[in-house]
Write a protein that binds this ligand. Structure first.
Ligand SMILES: Cc1cc2nc3c(=O)[nH]c(=O)nc-3n(C[C@H](O)[C@H](O)[C@H](O)COP(=O)(O)OP(=O)(O)OC[C@H]3O[C@@H](n4cnc5c(N)ncnc54)[C@H](O)[C@@H]3O)c2cc1C
Length: 334
């Protein structure tokens, strides 16, 4: 499907009322390749999945490419591992539900993260002690600059915290076609993070669906649903600072929430930081800080992209002046 002057209001989870000069959606990878080869597009080009990690600061002047290819299938297995190929246009949580239903272990803690399967590799999504990179075996993509299908192993994807080769090269036209996940056939849970154990039923035997339900419950009570309140999840990354700096901040704030990253570095919970430094009351126009979770910026109804830009600037400046940390947005500004 190709349209011009297309509204993106339902294609970004902030619910911002913006348009794009052109919009191209495909359900078949070959159509995507043909589109690039025909060069019918107007630049700039942006590949948009569920729009749950982007902030449109204005109308988009070029072409939005929206992958909508579907399909999940088992491509290989060993005694312990199953390899599942999944199309980039699948909804991430539909895929997690499928995996849990088939009794494969690994990504259940990533339940209910909004967005598409393709973006899970770009973003290296993570939650409750698990990251997509721990289970991504292969990423297959179309490189429109060289007009070839390419395949990257896990190592080649160069995953980092909410980052990957694909994220760092967002200027290149790399359109992910599908991913292959390596999942465990053997029972194995990750329950140490946060309060997962507290919400699991008291029983000696545990099932995948119980763990998924626990995650759904925690997320639904903690995070605003973008269907009702526009938001893009965590707006800022958790800052990583030197241990010395973290110790200094802890002297002033003894209850600081932080996690060791290495012998010399510490990750500070950005949500705690914003809460502690009084950012919850900050608001610019209809862009505000969520009352329950300070790391989430929300659209109270009629915010525009620029309201969020100004709110983010105010928060960054405030945090910097109080503790000397420069917060970095996780959300992509367009
Ligand atoms: C309520 C809420 C909660 C959230 N919780 C979490 C969380 O717990 N953990 C977490 O990690 N994230 C979380 N997020 C952020 C978001 O869900 C993820 O970043 C998600 O992976 C974005 O998926 P998307 O399809 O919406 O990507 P988009 O926002 O559309 O795009 C993100 C990036 O992926 C690229 N991209 C998308 N599809 C493709 C493709 N097929 N080929 C190449 N590039 C592509 C885009 O160009 C862009 O660079 C949350 C968001 C919300 C709204």
């Amino acid at each position: 499907m190709y349209s011009e002057q297309f509204s993106l209001q339902t294609y970004n989870t902030f619910g911002l009322d913006v348009t794009t000069h052109a919009f191209f959606e495909y359900s078949d990878m070959q159509k995507c390749i043909d589109f690039f080869r025909a060069q019918r597009y107007k630049k700039p080009i942006f590949i948009l999945g569920g729009g749950s990690n982007v902030l449109f600061t204005k109308d988009f002047p070029g072409t939005i490419i929206h992958p909508n290819n579907k399909g999940i299938r088992i491509v290989d297995e060993t005694q312990e591992t199953v390899f599942v190929s999944v199309a980039a246009g699948e909804v991430w949580d539909d895929f997690v539900a499928w995996v849990v239903e088939h009794n494969f272990y690994g990504i259940e803690n990533l339940s209910l993260i909004p967005g598409s399967v393709g973006a899970s590799a770009v973003q290296n999504i993570g939650a409750y002690g698990v990251e997509a990179k721990d289970f991504i075996h292969e990423v297959v993509f179309y490189d429109a600059d060289t007009d070839e299908m390419r395949s990257f192993s896990n190592e080649e994807c160069a995953f980092g915290y909410r980052s990957s080769f694909f994220k760092r090269r967002h200027d290149a036209l790399l359109c992910i076609s599908h991913l292959v996940f390596a999942l465990s056939k053997k029972e194995k849970y990750f329950l140490e993070y946060g309060n997962i154990k507290d919400v699991l039923p008291d029983s000696t035997s545990l099932s995948l669906i119980q763990v998924r339900n626990a995650i759904l419950f925690i997320r639904e009570t903690k995070l605003p649903n973008p269907e009702f309140i526009g938001n893009a999840g965590s707006f800022f990354k958790n800052p990583v600072v030197t241990k010395d700096k973290a110790d200094k901040i802890r002297e002033k704030f003894p209850h600081m929430v932080s996690f060791p990253v290495s012998e010399t570095e510490v990750k500070i919970a950005a949500g705690w930081l914003l809460d502690e430094l009084g950012c919850k009351t900050f608001r610019v126009g209809d862009a505000a800080v969520h009352e329950k979770q300070a790391l989430v910026l929300i659209n109270l109804g009629h915010a525009c992209g620029n309201d969020f830009v100004r709110l983010a600037e105010r928060i960054i400046q405030h945090v910097n002046s109080k503790v000397g940390i420069e917060l970095e947005p996780e959300v992509i500004f367009l």
